[in-house]
Design a protein around this ligand. Structure first.
Ligand code: ADP
Length: 502
């Protein structure tokens, strides 16, 4: 816009200056032709004056009346000749003054010299007196005066014409200079404008077109650099916004795709788990139930078989519970209470419950008497129960399972260590993935690969973290940390760092 405005201004100024110079030139030309007319009219006047003088002189010398005819003609022509000169110099006061003086002199010559002389020759019949040197000298004096003034008028008209001509030349020179300068300026501006258009508009537009081609070819990471005219900036910003939103959309689609693939994988794993994990206890239940129905066992045997049916039933129930938990977690429907919980007693009670079911294991519990957290007691017990259950389940040869519960700064940290089979390095990264069971499936240990996934959701929903370290064949340590509940009122008791529970 600025460039165009400057260009238009320069062009307009150039034309204005050229028009002024042209009008100056025209008025100078008019002046020149007026000057020529003044000169011609003055020369005509000079001719008439000469005619007057010559015809008068001839008449006086010869006394012949024939010479009076040109005298009369000249007299008649004097007035109009003066009128013409005065009309032409009307705008020049000096020259008008000179013309008036001349008119007076010529009138004086005719009335006070020419006519008396003619009268002397014709009426007084005294040509000798008229030809007397005195009279002749007087005539010459008057005519000389008239001629001098006529020359003066011509001279001043010449000077005026010269002044007009040189001012016209000066104006023309100036106009030529201005025109050359302006043309150079316009050329330069046009060049700059062209460069600006090429760099500021054409090039960015080409870059946008190239970018659009790349985007169309699938390269959604294409971004354009801003710069250039404001409209171009808007164009590149809009292009970048479009590319960003396309890229974002593509990423979302890819993520959804991945989720779909994963849920497809989970579904088939679920089918295989269900078929395997549910079938085994169901087969035991059905087998023992039909055995009891078909045969008559003693009271003791019947109790044992019903015990097996009950145990397998519990296993089924806990599997169903795990599936439901996973479903709840996935649907975001897991509901957690938020109340003060002391984890110390929870850890001890759960350990006592499990000790009875693990005759091959020695369970050692070292926990502070008070481990205050805020959360859902049953769900936290479920997490701990899962870690403790796994520690026993995955150390089939027995061994010591050590539980510690302690404070670590603002955290409550619970740790379960076993001396069992451990986890192979290549499986460690996927241990919290749903349905992932690593080598547990091949080793025939029952499970659905869901407990840890649910445990992690619960711990993280409490604002905590869960993790493990493990060495294959040597054992594992699973731990979780929860924010410690803020102290309420009374100062905390100083407790020994741990108490052995068993
Ligand atoms: P599940 O025990 O029902 O298979 P979990 O989610 O509790 O499911 O555990 C997932 C997997 O992690 C187990 O299948 C097992 O391979 C491994 N794992 C868990 N705890 C231990 C442990 N203490 N020692 C060795 N492996 C373990």
């Amino acid at each position: 816009m600025l460039g165009s405005a400057a260009l238009a201004l320069l062009v307009a100024t150039t034309f204005a200056v050229l028009l002024l110079a042209l009008s100056d030139l025209r008025s100078s030309t008019n002046e020149g032709s007026r000057s020529k007319e003044v000169t011609a009219a003055t020369l005509d006047l000079q001719r008439v004056v000469n005619e007057l003088e010559t015809s008068l002189r001839n008449f006086v010398i010869t006394g012949d009346d024939r010479f009076l005819a040109p005298w009369r003609e000249a007299r008649a022509a004097v007035g109009p000749a003066f009128d013409r000169v005065e009309k032409l110099v009307a705008a020049e006061p000096d020259e008008l003054g000179q013309a008036a003086i001349l008119r007076g002199q010529v009138g004086d010559y005719v009335v006070n010299y020419g006519l008396p002389l003619i009268r002397i020759v014709r009426d007084d019949h005294d040509p000798a007196a008229a030809r007397a040197p005195v009279a002749t000298r007087e005539g010459l004096r008057r005519i000389d005066g008239i001629r001098r003034n006529l020359d003066q008028l011509l001279g001043s008209e010449d000077r005026l014409a010269e002044a007009h001509a040189s001012s016209a030349k000066r104006h023309a020179d100036n106009a030529v200079r201005v025109a050359i300068g302006a043309l150079a300026g316009i050329g330069l501006l046009l060049l700059l404008f062209g460069i600006f258009l090429a760099r500021g508009v054409a090039r960015p537009v080409r870059l946008v077109a190239e970018g659009a081609t790349r985007v169309a070819g699938g390269d959604l990471s294409t971004r354009l650099r801003g710069g250039g005219a404001a409209e171009i900036n808007e164009l590149t910003a809009a292009f970048n916004a479009m590319a960003r939103s396309l890229e974002h959309g593509k990423r979302e689609l890819e993520a959804q795709n991945e989720q779909l693939r994963q849920s497809e994988r989970l579904k088939s794993e679920l089918v295989s788990i269900v078929s395997h994990e549910l079938r085994t206890p169901l087969a035991s239940i059905l087998g023992y139930a039909s055995l009891i129905l078909k045969r008559n066992f003693g009271r003791e045997d019947t109790r044992r078989y019903v015990g097996v049916i009950e145990e397998q039933g519990r296993r089924l129930a806990s599997l169903v519970e795990e599936f439901l938990d996973v479903e709840r977690v996935e649907a975001g429907r897991i509901e957690l209470k938020s109340e003060p919980v002391d984890l110390g007693p929870v850890l001890e009670e759960e350990a006592e419950l499990i000790v009875g079911e693990a005759p091959k294991h020695r369970v050692e519990v070292f926990v502070r008497r008070s481990l205050p957290v805020i959360g859902d007691r049953d769900r936290l017990a479920q997490v701990y129960g899962n870690l403790l259950g796994n520690a026993i389940k995955y150390s089939p040869e027995g061994g010591t399972v050590t539980v510690t519960g302690d404070l670590a700064g603002d955290l409550v940290r619970v740790q379960v260590t076993d001396e069992g089979m451990g986890i192979a390095n290549e499986n460690q990264a996927r241990i919290f993935t749903k349905f992932f069971r690593g080598e547990a499936r091949e080793s025939g240990i029952a499970g659905a690969g869901l407990g840890l996934a649910v445990a992690r959701e619960i711990v993280e929903a409490h604002g905590g973290r869960i993790g493990f370290t493990s060495r294959e064949g040597e054992g594992s340590t699973f731990w979780f940390e929860l924010p410690r509940a803020p102290r309420s009122g009374a100062p905390a008791r100083t407790l020994p760092s741990a108490t052995a529970a068993d």
